[in-house]
Every structure is written in structure tokens, then in C-alpha cells.
Design a protein around this ligand. Structure first.
Ligand SMILES: *[C@@H]1O[C@H](CO)[C@@H](O)[C@H](O)[C@H]1NC(C)=O
Ligand SMILES: *[C@@H]1O[C@H](CO)[C@@H](O)[C@H](O)[C@H]1NC(C)=O
Ligand SMILES: [Zn+2]
Length: 343
């Protein structure tokens, strides 16, 4: 995420608090635990979500943003903290449907570099999307702000949204992307008109993965409640390129400007943690999601019909094979207890 959880309180001194860190090089992620011991912990983020290993929990309710659509402030502050672009959010934006109510603090993004295209932090079955948005919230009943909350287990809750590339620009993302030119250098901030933050989220807020992890940047504090939406949001290639190519990790006065790219952390060990999903991962649920993704993703009628048909056929074969597999396994086991759908 960002060093600038310190951006939460006020954007003023957006630069170094604590030891310097980067994603690569002598201060790169392998070295984070040296200055930030929590980064070497056993419940770190991001992770590679193996969908076969997730436990379906149908009791997980839909995530419900409150006040996201009509923020009660006319403007937001957008800043470059040298690690990411951060949009400061007013605590009047709330999210319900988590174990406790949380208030928004800020959102920021992770991305790759032009041409490479992979920049998300969370992987799903080894797939890394081009970018990822993190909307950071804190437990406003227990804490005054996110800086305070981050030190406590369960103090922060982050909503993660994977960004994929589609045919059309996503207008809500232009609310941020079109202002990146005003925060090219580390330490710069600008004021932008507020907008519906909900429009940055995918349509289905009831489909998500849930696990306990950490901040994905130093100080890597653990006890962060993670929600990663299953549906990606699609932006256009030129929007993605804007994200990848607008910012520098260095201050304006720096003689050798460093592009701000590849600001994502590698996947961390799951260790003993459980990953829950709010939705069944039966062939049916999976199929539906994939087809929706293909249809809305390619935007090209023919290709997408062909792909959909191809995919259905493939899935049906896979499903048949899987059923045979299940029958085979079931017969070689004691009768299973009724423990609900298997991930
Ligand atoms: C957060 O809240 C604490 C406790 O009230 C306060 O001391 C601190 O200055 C606040 N931090 C920011 C960044 O606002
Ligand atoms: C996360 O941690 C809390 C507190 O320890 C626990 O109650 C909850 O079940 C954990 N959630 C998951 C998905 O493991
Ligand atoms: Zn982040």
C-alpha cells in the first residue's frame, strides 16, 4: 500500500517517515523485514489465491458501501507519495457488510509498466491482473484515524479491485487518471472534484474472497481484513498506459527521475491462513463469471460468441471429468459428512 498511511491525516510531508524502501534494489522487498520486522511475519499480503483451496462461506454478506456515491465533500486530495497515487477519502464514506462498520481513509493503486502489463498484487490461480485498486478503511468505532488503527489487529479493512483491460475506457477511472499529470513527482498533491467512488468498484459486491493479511508495503502491519472482489473492473489500454506512464517515484528536484512503475509486492506465503469466498465455486458459478468476463471484455461480437461457445464446451468436459473424479474419490473414502459445498 503506502508509506503514506501518513497521507491519511494530512498530505503535507508526503515523504520519508521511517527507513527508505523500494520494490527493487538494495532497499527492495527482500530487505523490507530488516527495517520493518512485520514484513517478515506469517500473515502477510498479498497472496496468490488458489481457488481450489478457498472455503466457501455462504454466510458472508454483500459488501455495502454507504455514502460512496455522493461524497459529502466537493473535492478530494490526490497525491503522489513516491510509491503510488493516493486519493484521500472522507470518513463519511462507510462500508457495511464487514464484521464491523468501517470508515474510508484513502484509496491507491498498484500497477506494472508499459508493455509488460502485469501489476496487480493479488494473484488468482497464479494470474496477475494489470493493476489493482485498494480502498483502505479503518474501524471508526475504535480508532480516530487509520494511522492509529493500523497498529491494531482488525483496525484496517481493505477492499481490493483487480483491473483488467477491456475495449472501452471506464469513465469513473478518468476522475483519477486525468489528474495524474498534476502529481507527476513524489510529494506533489492536487485537488480534484469529488465523484462517486462506488463507480470504481465492480457491479457485484456480493462476490469476493476474504482473508486476514497485512499492509502490502512497509511497515506491513498485520491484522488487516482483506476483501478482494471476484469481478475485475475493465479499463481501456490507454487508461492503463496513463497509469503506468504518468508518475515518477522521485521528487521534482531529483537530477535522475525514476519512473513510478512496478509498484507491486510479490505473493506471500499463506501459511496456516484460511481464504474464504462468499460465492460457490461450483462449475456453474465459475462458468457464469467467466462468460460475463469474456462477453464484456472483448467487446467484439464474433470473437466473443466463439470464445463463449468454446468455453462452455471446455467447461462441460471439465465438469464431466470432475464428476467422474468425485465419484471415484467418494467410492474410495468413508461416507463424507455433510460439510457443505467443496471449494
Ligand atoms: C490520529 O489519531 C491520533 C489519536 O487521536 C492522533 O494523535 C494523531 O495525530 C492522528 N493522526 C493523524 C495523522 O491525524
Ligand atoms: C480473521 O481474524 C479474526 C480475528 O482473529 C477471526 O475472527 C476471523 O475468523 C479471521 N478471518 C478469516 C477469514 O480467517
Ligand atoms: Zn495497496
Amino acid at each position: 500500500m503506502l508509506r503514506a498511511l501518513l497521507l491519511l491525516g494530512g498530505l503535507a510531508p508526503a515523504l520519508p517517515a521511517g527507513p527508505h524502501w523500494a520494490y527493487e534494489g538494495p532497499h527492495g522487498q527482500q530487505h523490507w523485514p530488516e527495517g520493518h520486522p512485520a514484513c517478515g511475519g506469517r500473515a502477510q499480503s498479498p497472496i496468490d489465491i488458489q481457488t481450489r483451496g478457498v472455503r466457501v462461506d455462504p454466510s458472508l454478506p454483500p459488501v455495502r458501501p454507504v455514502g460512496y456515491q455522493h461524497p459529502d465533500t466537493p473535492t478530494f486530495t490526490l497525491g503522489n507519495n513516491g510509491h503510488t497515487a493516493v486519493l484521500v477519502l472522507p470518513p463519511s464514506l462507510r462500508v457495511r457488510g464487514l464484521p464491523r462498520p468501517f470508515a474510508a481513509a484513502q484509496l491507491h493503486l498498484h500497477w506494472g509498466r508499459a508493455g509488460g502489463g502485469r501489476g496487480a498484487e493479488h494473484l488468482v490461480d497464479g494470474h496477475r491482473a494489470p493493476a489493482e485498486v485498494h480502498v483502505v478503511h479503518f474501524d471508526a468505532e475504535r480508532f480516530a484515524n487509520a494511522s492509529q488503527a493500523q497498529h491494531h489487529a482488525g483496525g484496517l479493512a481493505v477492499l481490493g479491485v483487480l483491473l483488467e483491460v477491456g475495449a472501452d475506457p471506464h469513465p469513473a477511472y478518468d476522475n483519477i487518471l486525468s489528474h495524474l499529470g498534476s502529481i507527476r513527482y513524489a510529494g506533489q498533491t492536487t485537488t480534484i472534484p469529488s465523484f462517486s467512488v462506488q463507480d470504481l468498484l465492480p457491479p457485484r459486491l456480493d462476490l469476493y474472497y476474504r482473508y486476514n493479511g497485512s499492509l502490502t508495503t512497509p511497515p506491513c502491519f498485520q491484522g488487516v481484513l482483506w476483501t478482494l472482489f471476484q469481478q475485475p473492473v475493465r479499463i481501456s489500454l490507454s487508461q492503463l498506459e496513463q497509469l503506468q506512464g504518468s508518475l515518477y517515484a522521485t521528487e521534482e528536484a531529483e537530477p535522475e527521475p525514476q519512473p513510478l512503475v512496478d509498484n507491486f509486492r510479490g505473493p506471500q506465503e499463506l501459511n496456516q491462513r484460511l481464504v474464504l469466498s462468499s460465492f460457490p465455486r461450483g462449475p456453474k458459478g465459475y462458468l457464469t463469471g467467466e462468460i460475463v468476463a469474456i462477453v464484456f471484455g472483448t467487446g467484439s461480437g464474433c470473437l466473443c460468441l466463439f470464445l463463449a461457445a468454446h468455453f462452455v464446451a471446455k467447461r462441460m468436459r471439465a465438469r464431466r471429468a470432475q464428476q467422474q473424479d468425485v465419484v471415484f474419490k467418494a467410492s474410495s473414502r468413508r461416507p463424507p459428512a455433510d460439510d457443505g459445498p467443496r471449494p
